[in-house]
Ligand binder design. Structure first.
Ligand code: CDP
Ligand code: MG
Length: 755
């Protein structure tokens, strides 16, 4: 009889389980009470196996001959030189056999839609093919990416493949970071940066080819670019335009670009078994940790990819996994944890692409950047909690926020597909089959329909596009959102009542910033605090927290951080104090350690600040300032952010001023009063505040908050606020009770906010 093909596997699993039971009984972790490691999962999390990933799997399978051939090639490669290995690797990508046909299609058509599965080689190979075919002689080859990490990482990869130094022939350009030179012929950039380039080069004259990549992601900037490139293609017949997408329904792109031909590259994909949880999971981070441990203990070799919603979650999960693995060196194989998110420093990004050493397992913790933008070889297991951070916008209230939202079915299937790129894989979904079927949308709504358009409208106006209602959008934004954007820009003073750009608006458009921040910078001149505002704008643009708060030293960190916000000056001033303190120390790294400040974020803030100051000089803003003039600084902030104001309510929460909505101070906010017993907590809360952004998690939180005076609002935005309205509000706020009830309500609010 035939031997059980799974015997080895089963024996191994049994062995692992036995070992973990031993761990439970006898392990010692530094003498402390032995934590319970639930490596036996049946009772904690039950998965049900569902179908295989939809798709024509049989057709996509490799035949045994094909596989043997590939393996032989790989063995031969091991003996060869680095350059030969690169060439071999390139020739094994799915797009390679189609190189000549693709080049021919580009030659014959001005606009071409390219469709191929993720990892096929669209982003890294197609621009290289065009360069090799001589297109770069007539101008640069540009390629846009919706995400900054992807732009950096693919540029680095392509520079490596071409054997050149990044920033020379191959470069990238992302907001606040330009890694290109006169030599650059292959330029990767974020879609937002190409949009900015239109301001200085409206016909993209220096390019011979432009590839709008990851078109299926339908980011706001990509959608606007569609309209712009379609327009210039008409009067630049020499410009080649490629639109590339990872999803198969490209007809829509084709139709939009006057029925441009679609070039499809068949993909190869292995089957992926999909598992759902039997019951909903209360805490998906916890569940994800469980699932990863389960894979690590029970499943054969192969790397794991976990989809999380952002940097904070990724860091939290990394910490939890490290805790679970601590002291397990002898019982479990090594686990290499690799985080990847937008603000990850570039020197750490390369780590996720390093091959996993034999016997170890790589666990990649990623945002949805790994859904289609980045392909990591060797992934066999995907853990999908089913969430992503999305911006959402309510045009009626002008309220914009980041919300953790369930992903669409299309996203979930893309995620699952990541497990089957190099061999058969498994995807563990941390939600039920029922919620997949009944609660998840089929497709993600394009960003243009769920975001504030202020930025884009200002940009289009600067490009001389006035009739926005008739702009050629692939999917037009709601008319209400467009109107609201025009109205906001009018209130900020960047448009006049005819909807034309004002001088202020023209100056604002020079800054790669949200209109509210740009306005703040320009207002800083009036209040004579341009030095301080440049710093604050740079600090809020860093994109991640500058405050470092390791769990085991949280008390020390909190103490250190409190120093910067002494006297209840608010978060903006605290950020200023951090930067000034660091500058005074001579930008010392030691200073950052001592004060629990992220040195990387600070370096980024300094780069951003330098660039902002450069731009401020260009629009002739005089750099001056008095760091002690708190009111002037806060007035400048309010000049840009008067939309984001809120007023204290009786229970210690806040209500936004124009379109009433309940909001709360974010737990990280320095204005949160100390929660000591017997203290009249609510009294120490400012009555009126301005906030930088709204984050929706368990409730709506204002992040980065400072106190303001309501009278300023009338002074700063007289056409937006009237005195009566604000003073009526004042009366209400004064009726704050001093009773214990308010205190507990506030405590509850603060406690609930600790996420
Ligand atoms: O754009 P598309 O998804 O079609 O594929 P790609 O990004 O061009 O990736 C092609 C190959 O390059 C994949 O096997 C990736 O793993 C590899 N790659 C890499 O090793 N390092 C990078 N930074 C980017 C891609
Ligand atoms: Mg790509």
């Amino acid at each position: 009889a035939r031997a059980n093909p799974h015997a080895e596997q089963e024996a191994w699993e049994a062995e692992q389980i036995k070992k973990t039971h031993v761990t439970r009984v006898g392990a010692q972790d530094g003498g402390a009470a032995v934590p319970q490691y639930d490596y036996v999962f049946e009772d904690t999390m039950a998965f049900v196996k569902a179908d295989m990933l939809a798709g024509n799997i049989e057709e996509l399978f490799e035949t045994p001959e094909q596989r043997r051939k590939k393996e032989a090639e790989a063995r031969a490669a091991a003996a060869k030189s680095e350059r030969e290995k690169i060439a071999l690797g390139r020739s094994q990508l799915p797009v390679y056999p189609y190189r000549e046909q693709l080049l021919k299609a580009v030659e014959e058509h001005q606009i071409l839609i390219i469709v191929a599965e993720t990892g096929a080689g669209k982003t890294t190979q197609v621009p290289q093919y065009l360069h090799e075919a001589g297109y770069s002689a007539a101008g640069k080859i540009g390629c846009t990416q919706p995400r900054r990490v992807a732009a950096m990482s693919v540029a680095a990869r392509v520079a490596y493949e071409m054997g050149v130094k990044l920033g020379n022939e191959v470069g990238y350009s992302i907001r606040f970071e330009d890694c290109t030179s006169d030599k650059t012929i292959l330029k990767y950039m974020t879609d937002g940066m190409l949009l900015r380039e239109f301001l200085s080069e409206p016909d993209l004259a220096s390019y011979s080819v432009m590839m709008i990549d990851e078109a299926h992601e339908r980011t706001l900037h990509t959608d606007v670019l569609f309209g712009l490139v379609k327009d210039i293609a008409r009067f630049r017949p020499d410009l080649k335009l490629l639109i590339s997408s990872a999803t198969l329904d490209a007809e829509k792109f084709s139709e939009y670009f006057d029925y441009a031909p679609i070039f499809k590259v068949p993909g190869r994909r292995y089957p992926v078994d999909i598992y759902f949880t039997k019951a909903p999971e209360a805490d998906y981070i916890d569940a994800a940790v469980q699932a990863v441990m389960r894979i690590h203990v029970l499943e054969p070799e192969g790397d794991v990819l976990v989809f999380l919603t952002g940097q904070e979650e990724i860091e939290a999960m990394e910490e939890l996994l490290r805790q679970r693995m601590r002291g397990k060196g002898t019982q479990l194989s090594e686990m290499i944890i690799c985080p990847i998110y937008a603000n990850l420093p570039s020197e750490l990004q390369a780590k996720i692409f390093e091959p996993t050493p034999p016997g170890a397992r790589k666990v990649v913790l990623a945002t949805n950047i790994a859904e289609t933008s980045l392909t990591i070889d060797g992934i066999k297991y995907v853990v999908d909690p089913g969430f992503a951070k999305q911006n959402s916008y309510n045009p009626r209230t002008g309220m914009e926020s980041l919300v953790v939202t369930p992903v669409s079915k299309a996203s979930a299937n893309q995620r699952a597909g990541r497990a089957g790129r190099t061999s058969a894989g498994k995807c563990f979904r941390l939600y039920t089959a029922h919620s997949y079927e009944n609660e998840m949308e089929d497709n993600t709504v394009p960003e243009i329909q769920r975001t504030n358009l202020g930025n884009v409208v200002l940009m289009l106006k600067s490009l001389g596009i006035h009739d926005l209602m008739n702009f050629d959008f692939m999917d037009p934004p709601p008319a209400e959102t467009l109107l609201r954007a025009l109205e906001q820009l009018y209130a900020l003073g960047s448009l006049n009542d005819k909807g034309e750009l004002t001088k202020l608006g023209r100056r604002m458009a020079e800054f790669p910033l949200d209109p509210m921040l740009a306005k703040t910078l320009l207002a800083s001149e009036t209040f004579k605090v341009s030095e301080q505002i440049a710093t604050i704008c740079a600090m809020v643009s860093v994109g991640s927290s500058v405050f470092y708060r390791p769990k085991d030293k949280a008390v020390y960190a909190d103490n250190a951080h409190r120093n910067f916000a002494r006297g209840g000056v608010g978060d903006h001033m605290a950020l200023l104090a951090v930067y000034d303190g660091w500058a005074e120390s001579g930008f010392s790294t030691q200073w950052c350690f001592e004060n629990y400040i992220q040195v990387r974020s600070m370096k980024r803030a300094r780069d951003i600040r330098d660039q902002l100051v450069g731009l401020m000089e260009r629009v002739e803003i005089e750099m001056l300032g008095d760091p002690s003039d708190l009111d002037a600084i806060k007035k400048a902030i309010a000049s840009g952010f008067f939309y984001h104001t809120a007023q204290l309510r009786k229970d210690g929460s806040y209500r936004t001023v124009k379109h009433p909505m309940m909001v709360n101070l974010h737990p990280s906010c320095s204005l949160n009063p100390p929660r000591r017993e017997g203290q009249p907590l609510i009294q120490s809360l400012p009555r009126w505040v301005v906030y930088h952004e709204l984050v929706l998690t368990s409730k709506a939180f204002m992040r980065t908050v400072s106190e303001i005076q309501p009278a300023w609002l009338v002074e700063i935005a007289p056409h937006y606020y009237d005195r009566k309205e604000l003073l009526e509000g004042e009366g209400a706020a004064k009726k704050v009770p001093k009773g214990a009830k308010a205190r507990t309500a506030l405590d509850a609010a603060v406690a609930a906010g600790v996420d």
